[in-house]
Design a protein around this ligand. Structure first.
Ligand code: PAF
Length: 288
C-alpha cells in the first residue's frame, strides 16, 4: 500500500519543500491539472518521471478560464480519489491551493497573461478569454513551482501551442513536454468532461475520432481541398447528432493550412448534448 500523497495548499510551504529538493540537486517536473484525474493525466505523470526526479502535480479548478455560462461550479472535484491515483502513479507532491491563495487580490483585479496569435480562433473564439485564463494560471504555477520541465497533453493542441509561445515569449527556462492523447479502445480521447455523457452519448462519442481519421486519410493521400474536407467532417458529425463548433485543418503552428505543407493538424470541437468535446489529429502527407 502506497503512503498517502503529501498535499500542500500554501505557496510558502510549496516553495520551502521545493527549495529542499533543489538543494539535493533534484530535477523538478510539474503536471498541472484541474483534477478529476483519468488515465490520460496519469500518463503525464509517467512521462514526467522520465524527465525529472521529483514530480509535483497541481489540482486547481481555475475560475479565470471558465466563461459565466460554463461548468466551473459543477466541474467534478474528486480530491481523495485523485490523491490515491497520483500516489500510485509515482507523483511526489500535490499542490492544491484555494482560489483565495491563487488570486489574493480577487479575480477582477488579477494581472492577466495574453498570448496573441495562437490564442485566437478555434477554442479562443468559441470561449472568449479562456486562453488568457489558462496562460495566467500556468504562468502563476510556473512561478510557484519553478519546474525544470512541465507536461501537457496533446489533446488540448491549441492550449499546448499557447503554452509553448508563453514559455518562449516570457523566457521561462522550462522544457515543455507534450504527451500523446490517451484514448479508449473505441478511440474516444479521455477527458474529465466525458463523465457528463450519458451511456448513449458515450457510445456515439468515438465518432469524433473516426471523423478525424476519415479526413486524415484523404489529406494524407493528397486531397488538399481543405474547406471541402472540413465541410464533409462537419456534415458527418451533424448526421450523428453532434453540434459541430468547428472543424479546421491548420498548419502545425496553427496558421492557415498551406497547400505546400507536408504535415497538418485537424482540430475539432463539437457538442454532444450539453457536453463540449474537442480532439485533434496530426496528419502527414503520404510520401509515395
Ligand atoms: O488542461 C488543463 O487541465 C488546464 O487548462 C490547465 C493547464 C491545468 C490550466 O488550468
Amino acid at each position: 500500500m502506497k503512503a498517502p500523497l503529501k498535499t500542500l495548499v500554501e505557496i510558502s510551504q510549496l516553495r520551502e519543500e521545493l527549495a529542499a529538493c533543489r538543494a539535493q540537486g533534484k530535477k523538478i517536473a510539474l503536471v498541472p491539472t484541474m483534477g478529476n484525474l483519468h488515465q490520460g493525466h496519469l500518463r503525464l505523470v509517467e512521462e514526467a518521471k522520465r524527465h525529472a526526479d521529483f514530480i509535483v502535480a497541481s489540482i486547481f479548478v481555475n475560475p479565470l478560464q471558465f466563461n459565466p455560462d460554463e461548468d466551473y461550479e459543477s466541474y467534478p472535484r474528486t480530491l481523495a480519489e485523485d490523491q490515491t491515483k497520483l500516489a500510485s502513479a509515482g507523483c511526489d507532491l500535490l499542490f492544491t491551493p484555494s482560489v483565495e491563495v491563487v488570486y489574493p487580490n480577487g479575480q477582477e483585479n488579477q494581472t492577466r497573461v495574453v498570448v496573441p496569435g495562437v490564442s485566437e480562433g478555434l477554442c479562443g473564439q468559441k470561449r472568449p478569454g479562456h486562453f488568457d485564463g489558462v496562460a495566467t494560471i500556468v504562468t502563476k504555477l510556473f512561478n510557484f513551482v519553478q519546474p525544470d520541465v512541465a507536461c501537457f497533453g496533446q489533446k488540448d493542441y491549441q492550449q499546448l501551442s499557447v503554452i509553448r509561445k508563453l514559455v518562449e515569449d516570457l523566457s521561462f527556462a522550462i522544457k515543455i513536454i507534450d504527451v500523446p492523447t490517451h484514448r479508449t479502445p473505441e478511440g474516444l480521447a479521455l477527458s474529465s468532461r466525458n463523465n457528463y455523457l450519458t451511456p448513449e452519448q458515450l457510445a456515439k462519442a468515438p465518432t469524433l475520432y473516426a471523423t478525424l481519421k476519415e479526413a486524415a486519410k484523404e489529406l494524407a493521400a493528397g486531397n488538399t481541398h481543405f474547406n471541402e474536407l472540413n465541410h464533409q467532417a462537419r456534415a458527418r458529425l451533424a448526421e450523428q447528432g453532434f453540434a459541430p463548433e468547428y472543424v479546421e485543418i491548420r498548419n502545425l503552428d496553427l496558421s492557415p493550412a498551406s497547400l505546400t505543407a507536408n504535415t497538418w493538424v485537424i482540430l475539432i470541437a463539437a457538442r454532444l448534448g450539453k457536453t463540449r468535446l474537442i480532439d485533434n489529429l496530426i496528419v502527414q502527407r503520404d510520401s509515395n
